[in-house]
Design a protein around this ligand. Sequence first.
Ligand code: UD1
Length: 430
Amino acid sequence: MEQYLIHGGNSLVGEVEIGGAKNAALPILAASIMTDETVHIDNVPDVRDTNVLMDAMGNVGIIIKKENRHRVTINAANISSTVVCDDNIKKIRASYYLIGAMLGKYKHAEVTLPGGCDIGCRAIDQHIKGFRALGAEVVLEHGMIKTRADHLTGSHIYMDVVSVGATINVMLAASMAEGKTIIENAAKEPHVVDAANFLNSMGANIKGAGTDVIRIRGVQKLHGSDYTIVPDQIEAGTFMLAAAATKGDITVRNVIPKHLESITAKLIETGCEVMESGDQVRVVCSRNLRHTHIKTLPYPGFPTDMQPQITVVLGLSEGTSIVTESIFENRFKYVDELVRMGANIKVEGNTAIIDGVKKYTGAGIAAPDLRAGAALVLAALSAEGESIVDNIRYIQRGYEDFDIKLRSLGADIKVVDRDNDYRDFKLMTG
Ligand code: UD1
């Protein structure tokens, strides 16, 4: 099992190219099956989640060709089944987008219930409520979600919670329902907008994505498209915070600065300099960091997917910071690992109370999930001495070439194999 071996203490300096957004790529890949025509998608990140989804799509006869590392061509004309029970698919949350896409196009879908990161209860009741409102029957049995409709009819749907997944999933199905659907209390994240833009590029009629109310007029047929996925807001944010954690100077390139505003605002509060120009943002951290408070919220609030990374930075900031997690109830599991590195953090319910320390010290730590894994890497990069980060397969779900990009910025990080190098490391460090 692979791990990262990190020798901390280097300030990260340089430029890094940000890839396509994983959380936009996943629904867009699923949506591409909603036409019999060929779809080209560019800027698809080469990460485990997108590859698992494409493998599962390939297993039901959908033709997927990689034109290059980030550009794929998809043709679903000869799909052989609307039942997806791939063993791997339950490992990714986004498998549920196949339900909305298949239900919209084929009026039938059976998909293994999603898994994903262990960050708390991840209900899908709002997805189900939306599908039922469109006239579908939905049952959960034998670990599968099964849905069928004679035909789908547009509806007025009020989401009880702001959910990225439910908003996109209902949007997918409603794109090919008869008549008009209104989704109220919709999620406004950039990937919701990107999924809507992609569907519109295929001939869907979706208005209002990026606001609380999305209006969809169903169409009978969607057509081929050539589309480029937006840059990954969370990958960009992670590198911005890497600059803060390591007192570095990093320019993230190929980003949409507007999508990064909540992160930029908080970095400025901690005393970093943030400079935007065109499609790049530079973060310079040359003085001691100051405390601040964070509450995760749906977009445009501070993203829950950046909560572990900002906590790592606040753990190194003077004074007491409070981080409140309001989206997922179990997203502080990584704090125990940070404490082992010398952080002074207490978790009470959905709040972390952080008393900044001057430095972390290297340790053997394990990534509990994707974003927390990335955050622990940032902690290790800033720490004195060596760290081993275990379970990096979680990180590889969502960050392409994470170690390579970090190395290009001056990080001392390499991938090692537990059976060989880890043993040597343990011998060396006692
Ligand atoms: C998506 C992202 C994930 C990100 C999250 C929040 C993907 C594949 N995943 O996850 O990386 O952390 O958005 O930005 O794009 N909820 C319900 N009922 C539902 C759906 C959600 O109660 O039917 C609740 C959840 O338990 C959670 C909150 O709503 O408390 C937000 O969930 P949601 O936005 O749906 O997150 P995901 O789509 O799972």
